[in-house]
Design a protein around this ligand. Sequence first.
Ligand SMILES: *[C@@H]1O[C@H](CO)[C@@H](O)[C@H](O)[C@H]1NC(C)=O
Ligand SMILES: *[C@@H]1O[C@H](CO)[C@@H](O)[C@H](O)[C@H]1NC(C)=O
Ligand SMILES: *[C@@H]1O[C@H](CO)[C@@H](O)[C@H](O)[C@H]1NC(C)=O
Length: 429
Amino acid sequence: MKTMNINTNTILIIAIVFSVIWFSSFERCIAARGNNWRKLQTPSASSTFNVLNFGAKGDGHADDTKAFEEAWVAACKVEASTIVVPSGSVFLVKPISFSGPNCQPNIVFQLDGKIIAPTSSAAWGSGSLQWLDFSKLNKITIRGKGVIDGEGSVWWSRKISGTRPTALRFYGSDGVTVTGITIQNSQQTHLKFDSCTNVQVFDINVSSPGDSPNTDGVHLQNSQDVVIYSSTLACGDDCVSVQTGCSNVYVHNVNCGPGHGFSIGSLGKENTKACVRNVTVRDVTIQNTLTGVRIKTWQGGSGSVQNVMFSNIQVSGVETPISIDQYYCDGGKCKNESSAVAVSGVNYVNIKGTYTKEPMYFACSDTLPCTGITLDTLQLKPAQETQSSTVPFCWEAYGVLKTQTIPPVQCLERGNPSKTTIHSNIDSC
Ligand SMILES: *[C@@H]1O[C@H](CO)[C@@H](O)[C@H](O)[C@H]1NC(C)=O
Ligand SMILES: *[C@@H]1O[C@H](CO)[C@@H](O)[C@H](O)[C@H]1NC(C)=O
Ligand SMILES: *[C@@H]1O[C@H](CO)[C@@H](O)[C@H](O)[C@H]1NC(C)=O
């Protein structure tokens, strides 16, 4: 009986073989769980909602608003779902709200087609502040190669009157990503984040004419931890506008122009309090804009702007590359007021290129001078060889010259001003 002739060696071998089998099935189990996990990450049929399956025509004429609304209702119920707006189609969508409070997290809006806005005033009813509005979401991503087109020219030329909407707005959301898409010809601001945290914007293209009114590229307010990079922003107003309530904003590798440049503000309008802290703009190019990097505040405000870094900035044909204006007054008449939004800790490092009006303009408040302005490696020359160099302007601007600059800056006051109510402004933020 051979089978009875089992010696200890055979037992050992059998034991090893069984262990190997057991272990490999264990591994398979792990791998299978891994696959399931991966399935959650990549959309399966049951978590993908193509607007065409909800009745969207995508012919650029039919009203696809209802289809988008229904696709959203379905996607909202499923964690990590994907709404698909496919390429090759043009979807006409009226003002719409992709509203969250009860949606599952991690929704992806895969935009590969084109979404266009209606151009008849009837479609806008009594007026909407937003066209495409995403609100109260937890982890929301818009990505793809698609286009959002506000068809803004009917608004710019006042064929449609009333409040002009923002093309794409995110409100009250955490973990927002916008990537890949083009937003063009917005009625007003192209992309706005209000009361959002952990925002990432990259590889986007904003495009509208330099003379289109109030068409900010990216507009931030009351938002924290925002990164904007690898993008091209061409518009009729600020490429990036940082408003009150923003902190930890990091903008890099962005190309801006035409437009009004990178702006903090305007802040403090109608005696309001404004707080902005920790803003960095670096490795950017700016061409043919009104200003390069600027801070603008209205007289009569309170609060502060602190800890700002503008570095590695290439300007060309910019009217005023560097500007702090605490007497900002857009349109109407502004009266002189003693209170102001304090500006302190603003660093300018390695800013080079050409200007068409003046290289530097620091108009600070009489009662709250700007403090802690540092200038390091600035080379700004007139854009036209025939143009004579313009002397930098400073008023109540205090700080440090780290290096020689072109043109030389003689007007910056050294050290700190004797009158310092500035601290109470900073502390109030
Ligand atoms: C941005 O979009 C505009 C309009 O569609 C286009 O003309 C331009 O080439 C785009 N720029 C980049 C950098 O993709
Ligand atoms: C300033 O913001 C950056 C992000 O832009 C962040 O990494 C850094 O920690 C912030 N610094 C402070 C002091 O909050
Ligand atoms: C505001 O103050 C400036 C500088 O002192 C002065 O030239 C200007 O006339 C004042 N404007 C008004 C409206 O009082």
